[in-house]
Design a protein. Structure first.
Length: 372
């Protein structure tokens, strides 16, 4: 077996034991059935997620089960050609070119041979008997099936190599659970496990804010139905037409479309040099604009100039009465208590100060601070 493909298989090797049995280190032990050593709460959670994925699979117009004979031998040359046609940039020091790694992996699994149905049955019997080589052989023969399925989910927030990796986990699960007595081909059975593993990974990892599985399922249906209606109608379908197919109102369709939009981190670097973050360009609605701050600074200078023409006691009375400085206007009694003088004295000082300002023609500078 090619070395790279063998390493991939071993990385995702599923050591599965019957609950209650111990791992004795014998790789050929024969458990009654293959089960993950998974906490019960996680098993229940996965079962709920699988129910949603089942509905998604059944609704898919591109039925993978009917096309399993074609899926089992995908044209890897198309994938390789697409990778080779991409513009290449030299990787940074210490990093690996993912296209090179993916291309090498596809070339290696492309050299493997496919299994006949009789060979699948024979390997399934050996797997039930606890044969690790048989389990590995079944996995290796279907790695191309994973690639063909993973390729359909590109552009949803995860690199193809990561999608293949998650699909390989689903393939391992299918190998462990396959029952040859039911009469269907392994690729038909494995397709569902691979797809649910890929979809679950997209739902968990592709978005900054994780969407519930059932919302992800509805979003996928929305995309499929929109594409189908656009092809049949020859135009972009309305929300009402899409909602009729989904059993939703137009408002719910719009809400689902809004929910499915990708999120972008405010720390995303932008610009040619990448020295500016996206968040730096978004206006803070709670912050004062530079124009407002400049106007307030200029107004304060004007008010200070006006108040400097008054005597100290007059200036203090005007500041407290009109809230110049702290924005808090005060009644005559409060000003009198703070300055230690009578209410009438405060009134006289205020009148004198305002008369001076009116005569000087500079009283208009105080209007922005007065109440309507």
């Amino acid at each position: 077996m090619p070395r790279l493909a063998e390493r991939v298989v071993r990385v995702f090797e599923l050591r599965v034991l019957e609950p209650g049995t111990e791992n004795t280190g014998d790789s050929h032990a024969t458990p009654p059935d293959f089960e993950f050593q998974t906490p019960r709460y996680e098993v229940n959670q996965r079962c709920m997620q699988l129910q949603s994925s089942v509905s998604l699979w059944l609704d898919d117009s591109d039925d993978e089960a009917r096309a399993s004979s074609q899926e089992s031998s995908p044209n890897l040359a198309d994938v390789l050609s697409e990778i080779e046609a991409r513009p290449r940039t030299a990787p940074e020091a210490g990093q690996v070119d993912t296209d090179d790694a993916l291309g090498a992996y596809l070339r290696e699994i492309g050299r493997g041979t496919l299994l006949t149905k009789e060979q699948e049955v024979e390997l399934a019997k050996q797997i039930e008997a606890g044969s690790d080589p048989a389990r590995r052989r079944m996995t290796e023969a279907n790695l191309r099936l994973v690639v063909s399925i993973a390729k359909k989910y590109q552009g949803r927030g995860m690199p193809l190599l990561d999608l293949i990796q998650e699909g390989n986990v689903g393939l391992m699960r299918a190998v462990a659970k396959f029952d040859h007595r039911r009469g269907f081909k392994f690729s038909t059975y494995a397709t569902w496990w691979i797809r649910q593993a890929v979809l679950r990974a997209i739902g968990d990892q592709a978005r900054t804010i994780r969407l519930p599985i059932h919302i992800g399922d509805q979003t996928n249906k929305l995309v499929r139905i929109s594409d189908r209606l656009r092809d049949s109608l020859g135009r972009q379908p309305t929300d009402e037409e899409i909602g009729e197919e989904l059993g939703l109102t137009s408002v719910e369709v719009e809400g689902l479309r809004q929910t499915s939009r990708d999120t972008v981190s405010l720390e995303t670097p932008i610009g040619e040099d990448g020295d500016t973050e996206l968040g730096h360009l978004i206006e803070d609605a709670n912050a004062e604009s530079p124009a407002t701050l400049a106007m307030q600074s200029d107004l304060k200078d004007q008010v200070d100039g006006v108040l400097n023409t008054l005597k100290p006691r007059e200036r203090r009375v005007v500041q407290l009465r009109f809230g110049l400085g702290d924005g808090h206007q005060r009644a005559l009694d409060e000003v009198a208590r703070r300055l230690g003088m009578s209410r009438e004295t405060v009134r006289q000082l205020e009148r004198q100060a305002l008369d001076k300002l009116r005569r000087s023609g500079r009283a208009d500078a105080l209007r922005p601070y007065s109440r309507d």
